[in-house]
Design a protein around this ligand. Structure first.
Ligand code: 5GP
Length: 184
């Protein structure tokens, strides 16, 4: 069987990466979404092993030391990282694997996985991004401020990625993503 491929979706928190991924997986069940490890506490309704592997800081640091992560980054005071083994297994099986990760880790993928296609999702504007972050009502004011500060730094790196897609109108962004993922 032909080897699969790795698609990395990145962009600031609140840009709508999660929604895009959810629709993509519904429309294309053959895609495999990697489950990340994190030291962040679970939000209400999040399930360990499904949304994330929720780990202690010590357990996460062991994964780093044992080189079990394809990439990792610190984000808003917590660690986030992609477990390497499952991604490799699925790609070896010929599957298309999706990562939905923040920008520092997405940049780092270029070193550990040079063939990955790295796509940056842009908000229509910073004002719209702030309104989306507030609208989802999952984070404290302090967390929203920290995510917005980070977003401004992240947006400056967008040009370093293979492709940029503006998530203004959902269907249009999805169409562009599908084209990028399924064309060779
Ligand atoms: P949240 O706390 O909202 O679930 O995620 C915060 C940020 O961490 C989001 O931008 C999300 O894409 C990113 N993230 C999730 N998993 C990973 C990962 O495995 N690695 C990296 N570098 N970022 C991740």
């Amino acid at each position: 069987m032909a080897s699969g491929k790795l698609i990395v979706l990145t962009g600031p928190s609140g840009v709508g990466k999660g929604t895009l991924v959810k629709v993509l997986l519904t429309r294309h069940p053959e895609l495999y979404l990697s489950i990340s490890a994190t030291t962040r506490s679970p939000r209400e309704a999040e399930v360990d092993g499904k949304d994330y592997y929720f780990l202690s800081q010590a357990a996460f640091e062991t994964m780093i030391e044992e080189n079990q992560l394809l990439e990792w980054a610190e984000y808003a005071g917590n660690y986030y990282g992609t477990p390497r083994a499952k991604v490799k297994e699925k790609i070896d099986q010929g599957m298309i694997v999706l990562l939905e990760i923040e920008v520092v880790g997405a940049k780092a993928i270029k070193n550990s996985f040079p063939d990955a296609l790295r796509i940056f999702i842009l908000p229509p504007s910073i004002v719209e991004l702030e309104s989306r972050l507030r609208g989802r009502q999952t984070d404290s004011e302090e967390a929203i401020k920290s995510r917005l500060d980070r977003a401004k730094e992240e947006l400056e790196l967008s040009q370093e990625f293979d492709q940029c897609i503006v998530n203004d109108e959902l269907e249009m962004a999805l169409g562009q993503l599908e084209k990028a993922i399924f064309s060779d």
